[in-house]
Ligand binder design. Structure first.
Ligand code: NBP
Length: 476
């Protein structure tokens, strides 16, 4: 037994993670259900480091130093359970099983409990950054016990992305916390992508600009507050020309967005916890609308094009308005996502450090961005910050763009351009800062038809009005 870490599941992600470990000087045990992938890894990358290849799971486990550290990188769901079932009888007390796939956090809670009962550590770990990140340094979000992190953490930190010398990996919290945070990361990614897509559409329709021209605008934006991986690749994609037709690449791609499900999980959990993650929800529904083919055909045929026509006199001012609206909407989407982490942390007893999450997302992952530093700083000022938007930096940043944000949302509505994430973010902003909400009327209605009771602004207690009788009020 000489390998310090093992990886089972050698499709794109596992293969690249194994190479990343090896390139950092670790002896890596490698295994895959079908041996061909193991052989191909050794043939292609065997020279990059010290690999111990095994055809059987038993040999793979035997090749690991104790306490064994086994990274499982297979398709999330039933495959993960199948691999765990095969592994567990071969392991001994104190060994660590790391699930680095995209598991749904309730599954991770279940698996952690089952393995803990057998004296094993189960570390549900979010890994972001796609295949490129897995090879060159991903953002890593490990859950599980602090005890397991003591020996596993330094290895994961070693292979993670680094920003200013700081690893993009830290202990997240017990059982499902790591996979939960990865799920919210993906939800925020959905919101960020949708906001960028809406900004592109507004520039396209408002200015009649070409994809390449808009690509140049995004490239300019990437030198300021919006600097991020997603803005950078957007500029790149928009400037790409399709070889077959000579058209802008984006113009030949079918406009039906797909999803693998992490956005849906995030929204479902937002509903479960009662956290208004409207940006993520709108982004998920926008993908669903894009894929609603018969509905779109019926809508195009039957719904009149009544909208106005754009009249933009100052091109540069409009571009700056869209940039400010994008930044403000993005702040809202992130604020909502961090709210969801806080709510889940309280609900499931995880004690997640939100500032640390922003820190480990600065590199390696899809939502890496300059602006995450601002989030870390906000939670350094106040670790219990109830609303990220209310931090002094973000209030300033949003106030600076507020008039522009309102103009952009209004123009989108007047000109019939769907901007669900821009407009719902603005509605959230106005809702969360409102002195008084019409929720008072909702409560009155609920008491009227269902005797659901209400509280009063002027005294303590719960009350019900006899709506069908004399309308006297009783204390409930
Ligand atoms: P896939 O998600 O495509 O899974 C393929 C791997 O799962 C192969 O090694 C396959 O073995 C193995 N596998 C399956 Br399928 N069923 C199995 C079973 N019953 N028993 C044992 N092994 C089984 O691979 P991936 O794209 O590398 O992703 C791996 C994980 O990483 C997933 O959970 C994914 O959600 C997550 N993730 C992916 C990305 C990304 O950018 N792709 C990013 C972040 C996280 P075989 O070779 O024998 O068929």
């Amino acid at each position: 037994a000489r390998a310090q870490i093992g990886v089972t599941g050698l499709a794109v992600m596992g293969r690249n993670l194994a190479r990343n470990f090896a390139r950092h000087g670790y002896t890596v045990a490698v295994h895959n259900r079908s041996y061909a992938k193991t052989e191909s890894l050794i043939a292609d990358a065997g020279h990059e480091g010290d690999f111990v290849a095994s055809e059987s799971m038993a040999d793979f486990v035997a090749s690991l130093e104790r306490p064994r550290k086994v990274v499982v990188m297979v398709k999330a769901g039933a495959a993960t359970d199948a691999v765990i079932d095969e592994l567990v009888p071969l392991l001994e007390e104190g060994d660590i099983v790391v699930d680095a796939g995209n598991a749904h956090f309730p599954d991770t809670i279940r698996r952690e409990e089952a393995l803990r009962a057998k004296g094993l550590h189960f570390v549900g770990t979010g890994v972001s950054g796609g295949e490129e990140g897995a090879l060159n340094g991903p953002s890593i979000m490990p859950g599980g016990t602090r005890e397991s992190y003591a020996s596993l953490g330094p290895i994961l930190e070693d292979i993670s992305a680094k920003v200013d010398g700081t690893p993009c990996c830290t202990y997240v919290g017990p059982d499902g916390a790591g996979h939960f945070v990865k799920m919210v990361h993906n939800g925020i990614e959905y919101a960020d992508m949708q906001l960028i897509a809406e900004a592109y559409d507004l520039l396209k329709q408002g200015l009649g600009a070409s994809a390449a021209e808009i690509g140049q605008i995004f490239a300019d934006w990437n030198t300021g507050d919006l600097e991020s991986f997603l803005i950078e690749i957007t500029a790149d994609v928009l400037q790409h020309v399709d070889a077959a037709t000579g058209s802008a690449f984006v113009d030949i791609v079918l406009d039906q967005a797909e999803q693998k499900g992490t956005g849906r999980w995030t929204v479902q959990n937002g509903l479960d916890l009662g956290v208004p993650i409207t940006g993520i929800a709108e982004a998920t529904f926008a993908r669903a609308l894009s894929g609603s083919v018969p509905q779109r055909a019926a809508g195009r045929a039957a719904l009149p094009a009544d909208a106005g026509t754009w009249e933009i006199t100052d091109r540069d001012a409009f571009i700056e308005d869209v940039r400010l609206a994008l930044y403000a909407s993005k702040v809202v989407a992130y604020s909502q996502g961090f709210d969801q982490i806080a709510a889940a942390s309280a609900e499931y007893g995880w004690d997640v450090d939100r500032g640390a999450m922003a820190r480990i997302w600065r590199g390696g992952c899809i939502i890496r961005a300059r602006f995450l530093n601002r989030i870390t700083e906000a939670y350094e000022r106040d670790a219990e910050l109830p609303l990220l938007l209310a931090d002094e930096y973000f209030t300033g940043a949003v106030a600076n763009g507020l008039a522009a944000w309102r103009r952009v949302v209004a123009q989108a509505a007047l000109n019939g351009v769907p901007a669900p994430a821009f407009s719902s973010s603005l509605a959230y902003y106005d809702g969360v800062r409102a002195e008084r909400l019409p929720a008072a009327l909702i409560q009155a209605q609920r008491d009227f038809f269902g005797a659901h009771t209400y509280r009063r602004t002027d005294r303590e207690g719960t009350f019900h009005t006899e709506w069908s009788g004399d309308r006297a009020e009783q204390e409930a």
